[in-house]
Design a protein around this ligand. Sequence first.
Ligand code: SF4
Ligand code: SF4
Length: 169
Amino acid sequence: MLSSILAKSDCAACKFCCSFRRTSLWETPVFPEADLPKFQALKPDAKFRPAGKSGKSFTFDLRNAYHTDDPSEEAACPFLDPSRGCTLPQDLKPFECKIWPLRAVRQKDNSIAVALTPTCPAINKVPLDRVRELAASGLGQQILDYATEHPDIIKEASDFLSNIIYPLK
Ligand code: SF4
Ligand code: SF4
């Protein structure tokens, strides 16, 4: 969904958003319960846990995937192949993965907005106006519509998610 501004080659060399430190486990992608059996069939040894408030969403459970006490250790998503990248078919890839590094965020006034995370090295080289234009061309509304239907993907407002790119006031 961001292919017009994110080069596949950049992602192939990076894969940052498919591995998680302990402090980043809140960022593992949330997906609808209906997809859980498909994930389990693809990867029977992968662990999953409920996510969000509805009781109808899940995420990958990486809490026991660490081998050291080093806080900088990263645990990879069970569907990440180190050489090929994400192994999931496009129709099964969690929506949150498709829109990364954009996130749906709950604002202080309870509205939902789209924030740009600061940690994607490739998108940080793209002029912010281009990212905003892409959001304004339909992607931003698509994210808000999905988040309204699947509120478990919505993150709480924070300094980390303070760069709101849609809607712009
Ligand atoms: S962090 Fe950015 S550049 Fe790296 S893999 Fe994810 S989307 Fe691609
Ligand atoms: S599902 Fe695919 S894109 Fe999403 S975190 Fe896992 S490997 Fe990365």
